[in-house]
Design a protein around this ligand. Structure first.
Ligand code: TYD
Length: 357
């Protein structure tokens, strides 16, 4: 018998990549997504060919609907990706982050708990409510501080990370108070195919190809731990199989890269793969006003994931960035569909209008 997972946010970037990886492993997937601006059914084209896959449009905050799904499909574990994830959007509209990330996650916990209580003892023991958090709940690091561990204090700095930290607290509380077998995962910055082009890497690829400026916030020396989404998905499959209840895991590449290094690498890859008629893509780089409260450095100590889950990174940054550029070059239709009214409004309000249409 295949195990069945309820995957929330399944039509988003990481969610859809996870769905493909889990189907490949033989899981049965019940996919839930409310298809907001970054939830895209095109991300699930392959999955929808698979008879172990079911898609349901809906909101994690609808406890009754989620409970009915859990019961109907006799779900074995929940993997909760659905969230508002973009820091810049959270600065402009924090409330949506409280609603989706905090209230939504708490409603999902309620449905999960109600369902879990109805299971027999063996199924209860095997059940996991896996909550995808972020490394950003730990705040940021100076150049000299040691990387984040699972026991680093919570010090969120943006409305986004504050909302994720609040949700984590509820997950922890449901584990401690009600006995729901929860696991919290703190992944670092993900990149790869199907990432919405508001995040650094796909934004830069898309703008470079469109001949737009490449806006680098502040000095460009802020550092992130970049992990290819396929590595993250592999780690999550190991979490489902191996993680004990009430555990938390940091997942990342363990390698730090500055934003300017990322953008210059992307420009060099594009120079090779899609040379400009004259000049280089890096000529489009423009340093712009810094993001308010911009976290300086994220770095991950992933020893626990290595020891408990056998996790280690598989994709090097160079190979991952090249593959990502290839994906965006090969999927221009996907990008064109994304460039809808809502996306354009965001780009215009964030970076100013610089196009002719
Ligand atoms: P982002 O992809 O938004 O992820 P996060 O803020 O969650 O780390 O941004 C990654 C880094 O890139 C971050 O330091 C902010 C920076 N950045 C820019 O310099 N310019 C941009 O236009 C964007 C979107 C991000």
């Amino acid at each position: 018998m295949f195990k069945t997972l309820l995957v929330t946010g399944a039509a988003g970037f990481i969610g859809s990549n996870f769905v493909d990886a889990a189907l490949e492993k033989g899981y049965r997937i019940v996919a839930l997504d409310k298809l907001n601006y970054c939830g895209n059914l095109e991300n699930l084209v392959d999955a929808r060919q698979n008879d172990r896959f079911t898609f349901i449009e809906g909101d994690v905050a609808d406890t009754a609907q989620v409970l009915a799904l859990l019961q109907t499909y006799q779900v074995n574990s929940v993997v909760h990706f659905a969230a508002q994830t973009h820091v810049d959007r959270s600065i402009k509209d924090p409330r949506a982050f409280i609603e989706d990330n905090v209230v939504g996650s708490q409603h999902l916990l309620d449905a999960s708990l109600q369902y879990w209580k109805t299971l027999d003892e063996a199924s209860q023991r095997a059940y996991r409510h896996i909550h995808i958090s972020t490394d950003e709940v730990f705040g940021d690091l100076t150049d000299d501080e040691a990387p984040f561990t699972e026991t680093s204090p919570y010090r969120p700095n943006s409305p986004y990370s504050a909302s994720k930290a609040a949700a984590d607290m509820f997950v922890r509380a449901y584990g401690k108070t009600y006995g729901l077998p929860v696991v919290i995962v703190h992944p670092s910055n993900n990149y790869g195919p199907r990432q919405f082009p508001e995040k650094l890497i796909p934004l830069m690829i898309q703008r470079a190809l469109a001949g737009d400026t490449l806006p680098i916030y502040g000095t460009g020396k802020n550092r992130r731990d970049w992990m290819h989404v396929s590595d993250h998905c592999r780690a999550l499959l190991a979490v489902i199989e191996k993680a004990k209840a009430n555990e938390t895991f940091n997942i990342g590449s363990g390698i730090e890269t500055t934003n300017i290094e990322i953008v210059e690498t992307l420009c060099a890859i594009l120079d090779q793969k899609r040379p400009k008629a004259d000049g280089h893509y890096r000529d489009q780089i423009e340093f712009v006003t810094d993001r308010p409260g911009h976290d300086w450095r994220y770095a991950m100590d992933t020893n626990k994931a290595h020891e408990h889950l056998g996790f280690s990174t598989g994709v090097s940054l160079q190979a991952g960035l090249e593959a990502t550029v290839d994906w965006y070059l090969g999927n221009t239709q996907w990008v064109e569909h994304i460039l809808s009214g809502q996306y354009r409004q965001w780009i215009d309000s964030q970076y100013g209008v610089k196009r002719e249409d």
